[in-house]
Design a protein around this ligand. Structure first.
Ligand code: MN
Ligand code: MN
Length: 388
């Protein structure tokens, strides 16, 4: 038994993988930086700053501020799917929630409305969006990648995927507690109203409602719609077209700020009048940094569209935490907390910053975007103010 002293045991284990020198080579000079127990190399590889945090991170933890959409449960239908990241998945995200949705060509997100306002960015393909404004006037438009829409609280709307391959988009709601499965659906509402009331309301016989669906449709498959102009004409009916533009063409505006490290487009109620949710669409080139800053007026909700990056959030009470982000991840930073986003990959890092605020606001130490290499500090772009 004496052969199995602790010292001997460790010595034997080390010999089994080669030598202590090998271990040290794996973990650098610091032997405490080894993790011989169970682990998931793919997940660890995606989260190097959680595996071995920078020495500047605090040992007391800052609440988790990352949730990958890969962990979200998909609700699948014939015609598309939806998945969401809300305060239930990411407890810190109290002010905004995200819903990722895919519609096939012809797939329809049924006419519905909700108490939260809906902001959206197109991620892939093309879609036709329809809304009825507060005066009963119609809005119909086609949208493509990077286009936005905004439907205020209570405005009924529907979305349909177009040829050739439908669409995918990200919805952002101004309530962390939002759930896409608790929206007011037309089919569901009708199914819960007495037939004789529907008959009186619409002035038609009860048998007209015999085939109403008993359950919500949510997403369903139908034919791809025809020409936009035809749909607009039909939807306009007697009341006509809405004077409100619920859509925004992000790439038709020049960047709000551009340096050799990247660019940003800021869209809020100053250029997208109907919207009470503010957005910055940010591209950081390899080696670039979205500089240290904070937001005085709102929490920030992020969605990573492409590339790889890392972010440190400095919280009150001398706390700091660094987390790594990649395509499909949601990030969140509470109002007034200092943070930066660094491109840690070799391709462009693209993400959106979202705020429950009608205008974008930030305070930074210098510029918007900088290069991390010493001596390559970029010239101040535009008027140099942190806001546009
Ligand atoms: Mn909606
Ligand atoms: Mn920010």
């Amino acid at each position: 038994m004496s052969a199995f002293t602790r010292r001997n045991f460790i010595g034997t284990a080390a010999a089994a993988v080669g030598s202590f020198a090998t271990l040290q080579k794996i973990a650098g000079a610091d032997r405490s930086k080894s993790d011989p127990g169970p682990g998931s190399p793919p997940l660890d590889g995606q989260n190097p700053d959680s595996m071995w945090p920078p020495g500047t991170d605090s040992k007391s933890l800052v609440q988790n501020f990352k949730y990958p959409f890969s962990f979200a449960n998909k609700r699948t239908y014939e015609g598309g799917w939806s998945r969401e990241v809300t305060v239930r998945e990411l407890p810190v995200s109290k002010t905004l929630a995200g819903v990722n949705m895919r519609l096939t060509a012809g797939g329809v997100r049924e006419l519905h409305w909700h108490t939260s306002a809906e902001w959206a960015i197109m991620l892939y393909g093309t879609a036709r969006i329809t809304a009825i404004d507060a005066d009963g006037k119609s809005f119909v438009a086609d949208v493509k990648k990077n286009d936005l829409w905004f439907f205020p609280s209570g405005i009924p709307h529907s979305i349909q995927g177009l040829n050739p391959d439908g669409c995918e988009f990200m919805l952002v709601f101004d309530d962390g507690n939002f759930s896409e499965s608790e929206t007011v659906l037309l089919s569901d509402s009708m199914a819960h109203l007495p037939r004789e009331v529907l008959s009186k309301n619409f002035g038609v016989g009860e048998q007209a409602f015999a085939n109403l669906p008993k359950q919500e449709l949510f997403i369903f498959q139908t034919d791809v719609p025809g020409r936009l102009e035809d749909d607009q004409k039909v939807a306009a009916g007697a009341l006509g077209k809405s004077p409100t533009d619920f859509a925004f063409r992000t790439m038709e505006m020049p960047p709000t700020k551009q340096t050799k490290s990247g660019e940003v487009r800021i869209v809020d109620s100053r250029n997208f009048e109907v919207s009470t949710t503010a957005m910055a669409l940010v591209t950081v080139h390899p080696g670039g940094l979205r500089e240290l800053h904070w937001h005085p007026n709102a929490d920030e909700w992020q969605y990573y569209i492409s590339g790889k990056g890392r972010m440190t959030v400095v919280a009150t009470g001398n706390k700091a935490r660094t987390m790594d982000f990649q395509e499909g991840d949601v990030g969140y930073i509470e109002k007034t907390l200092l943070h930066y986003i660094e491109n840690t990959g070799d391709t462009d890092l693209v993400f959106i910053e979202m705020f429950k605020a009608d205008h974008y606001q930030d305070l930074s130490f210098s510029e918007w975007l900088a290069h991390t290499m010493a001596g390559s500090h970029t010239a101040r772009a535009g008027d140099g103010s942190p806001e546009h």
